[in-house]
Design a protein around this ligand. Structure first.
Ligand code: ATP
Length: 256
């Protein structure tokens, strides 16, 4: 059963067709990937799914609900969270506050409540803190709780982004190049973390990644795009021996 359905998606920037008639689905509880050479349109697809870009045409549904014309915050509320290729943390906020900051969309806090700290307001604040602490512990960075994001080791910053996304309790987690900049040990830790996200929280994961070894290890389904079009899809074994895929990568990146 699919959680995300993308149908005939198009995105035009002036004369450039960044995404061209793209259709694919993401199965519930799967770990899936979108791959493709630089500039293929992968991040543009994520930006449309999360409401940052408005598609020129096409349909996107999360659990049967259309996401077209919805704002990013509405899409978060419907159960989607993402991390970014270039980290988007609040550098001067602590780890705890970074995670709490991602949870507005899930809270009922009104201005009145925030000013006068009603009983329910205090209870909600406690709950927010508990969820944030649980997510921080889950990704393994509790020892950095009070440290500002900018002073964390790079790997921990990447895990913090995942904790912040998890705190919104998504059905679907989109990870944009989660392994970028990580060393071998950190990548192995990331693989375990992504598996635990799916297995322990039943969250479906869709990621963009350039690290083919990592993709092979963790992805159950891959969609390959080139020049905005889907050129192949299937299991890692099927996709990575596909001639069109090898051709698309030839001279650009190495397919392992
Ligand atoms: N806001 C924008 N305005 C104009 N062109 C854009 C914009 N965003 C992306 N593009 C163009 O759309 C195409 C697809 O870009 P996109 O970033 O989606 O590719 P990508 O597959 O994610 O690349 P990479 O792997 O290098 O991150 C590129 O030609 C890019 O220059």
């Amino acid at each position: 059963m699919s959680l995300l359905t993308v149908k005939n998606l198009k995105l035009q920037f002036g004369g450039l067709l960044a995404v061209n008639d793209l259709s694919f689905t993401v199965e519930k509880n799967s770990i899936s990937s979108i791959i493709g050479p630089n500039g293929a349109g992968k991040t543009s697809v994520f930006n449309m799914i999360t409401g940052f870009y408005r598609p020129t045409s096409g349909e996107i549904e999360l659990d049967g609900i259309s996401l077209i014309n919805k704002k990013p915050s509405q899409i978060t509320t419907l159960g989607m969270a993402r991390t970014f290729q270039n980290l988007r943390l609040f550098p001067n906020l602590s780890v705890l506050d970074n995670v709490k900051s991602g949870m507005h969309c899930r809270t009922k806090q009104a201005v009145f409540g925030a000013l006068f700290q009603t009983k329910s307001q205090k209870a909600e604040e406690k709950l927010i803190e508990k969820v944030a602490l649980d997510c921080i512990e889950f990704v393994g960075i509790t020892k950095y709780l009070k440290r500002s994001a900018k002073n964390l080791p790079y790997g921990a910053q990447r895990y913090l982004e995942i904790a912040r996304a998890l705190a919104t309790k998504p059905k679907l987690l989109l990870l944009d190049e989660p392994a970028a900049g990580l060393n071998f040990e950190e990548k192995q830790y990331l693989i375990q973390l992504i598996r635990r996200v799916r297995d322990e929280f039943n969250i479906t994961v869709l990621m963009i990644e350039h690290d083919m070894a990592l993709i092979k290890q963790i992805s159950e389904h891959i969609t390959v795009i080139d020049y905005g079009c889907k050129i192949a899809e299937g299991t890692p074994e099927e996709v990575l021996k596909n001639e069109k895929v090898i051709e698309a990568y030839l001279g650009k990146e190495e397919v392992v």
